[in-house]
Design a protein around this ligand. Sequence first.
Ligand code: NAG
Ligand code: NAG
Ligand code: NAG
Length: 493
Amino acid sequence: MFKMYRSILILWFISLNFKNIKCQKPKGPDLDCPSLDKGDSYTQSEFLSRLAHECRYDKLLLPSYQTGDAVDVHASAYIYFIQPAEAHDLNFKFHFLLQLRWTDPRLAYQLYSPERVKIIGGNDLRNQVWIPHLYMSNEQSSGLMGTDSKDVLLSIAPDGEVLFSRRLQAVFYCWMNLQKFPFDEQKCSMNLESWKYNSSSLRLMWEEETPVRLSPDLHLTEYALLDYWTNESFVKSDILNMRLGGGKTTGNFSALKFTFKLGREVGYYLMDYFIPSMMIVATSWVTFWLQADAAAPRVTLGTSTMLSFITLASSQSKTLPKVSYIKASEIWFLGCTGFIFSALVEFAFVNTIWRRKKAVNLKEVSSKYILKNALTPKLARKELQKEMQSDSSPQLSKSQSCSSLRAGGGGGGEGDFNNFLTVHSMPAVSVPTITADEGDTNDQGGDKGKGAQAWTTMTPQDIAIWIDKRARLMFPLLFIFFNIIYWTFVYCL
Ligand SMILES: *[C@@H]1O[C@H](CO)[C@@H](O)[C@H](O)[C@H]1NC(C)=O
Ligand SMILES: *[C@@H]1O[C@H](CO)[C@@H](O)[C@H](O)[C@H]1NC(C)=O
Ligand SMILES: *[C@@H]1O[C@H](CO)[C@@H](O)[C@H](O)[C@H]1NC(C)=O
């Protein structure tokens, strides 16, 4: 009994399967192919689904697969937004419309539907036809823009010309050379390359007229757009760059390039960095007008100008990538730091001299002798003694000895008076010295007679004041000189 039931069940099962097999009709290429006659009577989407039906249209095949020619894809772009990223990101953000145009003879419908002017559609239409596969080779990220169905537009003309537009946003790398920052000009580009087909099957070219248009409302905050141009080229494919087929499909791949040249707007950097730093450097010179032993104010002035300058510079350099080469802004930084630092060192120097006790004899009041004396007092003294002996007039200098106080007071100028008071307040300093020419103790080194008799004695305080006075002139002059060289380098090289 049970066996009979089982065999009936099996028979039924087999017959069911057999029915199924019988139902699967072999699908011939000519069967079920929808007719295109009276094309005008169909709606747009129905007509297209008939036109691009898989029985007559394979969207994986190139439009020109029958002839074996290359498909010419014409590109154009409309850029309506460029946002230069911060310099340290080395990239640019674009919003643009990319339009590609090519002819697909298989989609020519003027014979079937003579009254139809255009087939226009979005993403659904895009999915039904062949689309060139391109990619942006220097993109950091990109995306189709738009809401739900994304902003893709495709239109097919009666002769089979396909126009494919999409709205894209993309971030492109731009490897900037910042050596002349912030006086630099940058060239950045957008590269469009064929991904799937080499140049014998797909040729990319820019539209002949205005391949790239920029929106008139385009604004760049930190840069000025100086120039832009387009290029067509080939990218060689090999095993290394892993194009399609990994070396099998070797050859050249068509590529398009849009380059734009930007000049950085310097105004911001001038107002926020260069002019303030000039002022800070000038402030550091105030120290030369303070007395050489006024340690507290002079040290405070030096260090505070140094600190405020470093703060200013570091706020500036925070926005930059950490590149290994020296940038123009860093040369400026080094220059200004050098000046502020030298002003501080000058104080240390002058103050050390001020605290010396021995007055010195000078052959001449000139920078050469004073500095020699100030830097190497012992050596200079030795040399001086030798010279004095060889001058054979040791009597002269000895006979005219008097105190430094007298020498200081005798000068008569305001500076000297100041000096006199200071020396007075430091009793340790009043060492008897030798002097020859009381009137010329302080300055005007050049106009002195050069005779052997023209020995001058300067107290350390005199020397300190003399150095400060020189510094008042030398520092601004050197800074102006530095500026001339710097700005010439920046603007003329
Ligand atoms: C790109 O095009 C510009 C202007 O059309 C031209 O000056 C430049 O030499 C071209 N560059 C290359 C690499 O072909
Ligand atoms: C690729 O292009 C270069 C010049 O751009 C040409 O010399 C070379 O023959 C091309 N290769 C192929 C396979 O067409
Ligand atoms: C394109 O690739 C084919 C092989 O798929 C190759 O025969 C042809 O030479 C290549 N063309 C170019 C221009 O590289």
